[in-house]
Design a protein around this ligand. Structure first.
Ligand code: ATP
Ligand code: MG
Length: 418
C-alpha cells in the first residue's frame, strides 16, 4: 500500500478530552476516529490490526471446537424478562429503544439469552452435547464513565463463546481448555508476559470466576499478584478465604493495577433453567444444560497492547498484529529515478513472499516527518531507502521496538522477518 494513497494522516495532537495513552496514540496515528465518548470507528490501519486479532482468536476458538455464529444486536425483551435481566435494576447498562408501534427492543450487552433460545431448537439429548458456540459481535453498554478510550466503550466488538455441557465435570474440562486458549491468544498478541489468570468474583452458580488481567498503570482494576507470580487475585475477592485456598498470606502479594482483557465464567444452569434448555439423558430423564461463558473485548485488547508496548514516540506493534510487516520509507522520492526502481524491486520481492508493505512514497513530507510518522504508526520493521542506501545496495533496517539499526538487502530483510 502506498502511503500517499492512504486517506488517513497522522496528527500532532489528540482530542483534549482524551486521557488514555492508548486512545491518544491510536487517534494521532490515524488508526481510529472518535465519534463521541466511548464510541470509536476503526480506520484502515486500525481495522487491519483488529482483523489480525480476530484471526488469532478465531484460530484458537476453532482449536477448542468452537463453532462460529453471528447473532443480532436487536433483542426481544420477552426473552430477557424470562431470565430476569430486562429490569434496569438488574442490568444497569442497557440501551433500550422502540419500534414505531412503541414495542420495546434492547441493544445486546451480552448474548446468553438469545443463544440459549437458539440452542433449544437443536439440543434435545445427551448425544447433542457438548457444544461450543462463539461469535465476534457488537455489544452496547450504557457505561456510566467512558473516559478510557477503547478500554471502556459504549459500543464495542466482543468475542463471546458459550459452552453447553451435560454436567459440571464436562464444564470444568472445557473451562480449562478455554483458559489455555486464552493464554495462547495473549501470548500471540504480545502481552502474554504481563497477563495473569486472576481469581475473581463469580455469579449465581459459582462464587468465583477467572479474569485475565494485564498489568499496567492504565488499568481500572486492582489485583494482588503473588511475588513469585504464581497466583493473582482480584481485590474484590482478596480475602481470608482466597488466601487460605492458595496457602498464602498477605505478605506474599503486591498490589498492582491491571486491565481485564478477558474472562471465563461458569454459568451452570442460571440461563438454561428459566429458558428451558434441557437434554434427555440415557434413561430419558431431562436435565438443564450446564453452561459457561468466555469473553474477550477486541477494542480493549487492542488498546491494552498499546498501553503495554507503546512508547514516547508512538505505537509499537508486535509482528503478529501489526497493520503491515514492513514500513518502506523512501526519502526524497522522485518518479523514474534509480532510487524508485530500487524501491520497486525491493517491494516486489517482499510482497512475493507474502510480506505486507506500507510504502511511504509521499513527496510532500520531509525525512524528519517521515521518521516521526513511522515511529508513531509503529510497524515493527522500517526499511529506509535513499540514494545512499540504494547505491550501497544495503538498505537501512530499523527495528521499531528496540531502535536497533542494521543494513541489508531484500534477502536479509526477508530472513529477519521469518
Ligand atoms: P468490566 O468488569 O471491565 O466492566 P465485565 O466484567 O462487565 O467488564 P464482561 O461482560 O464479562 O465484562 O465482558 C467480557 C469482556 O469484554 C471483558 O473481559 C472485557 O475484555 C470486555 N469488555 C467489557 N466491557 C467492555 C467495555 N465497556 N469496553 C470494551 N471492552 C469491554
Ligand atoms: Mg469484570
Amino acid at each position: 500500500m502506498r502511503q500517499s494513497q492512504l486517506f488517513t494522516k497522522t496528527r500532532k495532537e489528540a482530542p483534549s478530552d482524551e486521557t488514555a495513552k492508548s486512545a491518544k496514540l491510536l487517534i494521532r496515528a490515524g488508526f481510529v476516529f472518535k465519534e463521541q465518548a466511548g464510541v470509536y470507528s476503526m480506520l484502515p490501519l486500525g481495522l487491519r490490526v483488529q482483523n489480525k486479532i480476530v484471526s488469532i482468536i478465531r484460530r484458537e476458538m476453532n482449536a477448542i471446537d468452537g463453532q462460529e455464529v453471528s447473532m443480532t444486536a436487536l433483542q426481544d425483551p420477552e426473552l430477557w424478562k424470562t431470565s430476569g435481566r430486562w429490569d434496569d435494576k438488574v442490568v444497569d447498562n442497557w440501551f433500550k429503544t422502540k419500534l414505531k408501534n412503541d414495542t420495546e427492543l434492547g441493544l445486546s450487552f451480552s448474548h446468553e439469552e438469545p443463544l440459549t433460545r437458539i440452542m433449544k431448537q437443536f439440543i434435545g439429548s445427551y448425544r447433542d452435547l457438548p457444544k461450543f458456540v462463539y461469535q465476534f459481535q457488537t455489544k452496547f453498554r450504557n457505561e456510566l464513565r467512558a473516559k478510557s478510550g477503547l478500554l471502556r466503550g459504549r459500543e464495542f466488538l466482543m468475542k463471546d463463546l458459550y459452552s453447553f455441557t451435560k454436567d459440571t465435570a464436562d464444564l470444568d474440562i472445557f473451562y480449562e481448555r478455554a483458559a489455555e486458549a486464552y493464554k495462547k491468544i495473549y501470548n500471540a498478541v504480545g502481552i502474554g508476559h504481563v497477563t495473569y489468570k486472576t481469581f475473581a468474583s463469580g455469579g449465581v452458580f459459582t462464587k468465583y470466576s477467572h479474569e485475565f488481567q494485564t498489568l499496567t498503570d492504565a488499568g481500572e482494576d486492582t489485583i494482588y499478584l503473588a511475588k513469585d507470580k504464581s497466583v493473582a487475585i482480584n481485590k474484590e475477592v482478596y480475602n481470608d478465604e482466597a488466601l487460605t485456598m492458595y496457602k498464602k498470606t498477605t505478605k506474599d502479594f503486591d498490589e498492582v493495577k491491571a486491565i481485564e482483557v478477558g474472562n471465563i465464567f461458569k454459568l451452570g444452569t442460571q440461563y438454561s433453567e428459566p429458558l428451558g434448555l434441557t437434554f434427555a439423558d440415557e434413561t430419558g430423564k431431562h436435565h438443564p444444560v450446564v453452561m459457561g461463558c468466555y469473553g474477550i473485548g477486541l477494542g480493549r485488547l487492542l488498546a491494552t497492547v498499546v498501553e503495554v508496548l507503546g512508547d514516547e514516540k508512538g505505537l509499537v506493534w508486535p509482528k503478529a498484529i501489526a497493520p503491515f510487516d514492513v514500513h518502506v520509507v523512501e526519502l526524497n522520492p522522485k518518479q523514474d529515478s534509480v532510487i524508485s526502481s530500487g524501491v520497486r524491486d525491493l517491494i516486489v520481492s517482499l510482497e512475493q513472499e507474502g510480506i505486507e508493505v506500507l510504502h511511504d512514497d509521499r513527496i510532500d513530507a520531509t525525512a524528519g516527518q517521515k521518521f516521526a510518522d513511522s515511529d508513531l504508526i509503529g510497524i515493527p520493521m522500517r526499511v529506509v531507502v535513499s540514494s545512499k542506501t540504494v547505491a550501497a545496495k544495503a538498505f537501512e533496517i530499523v527495528d521499531r521496538a528496540s531502535g536497533k539499526v542494521s543494513a541489508g538487502d531484500a534477502t536479509e530483510i526477508l530472513r529477519s522477518l521469518k
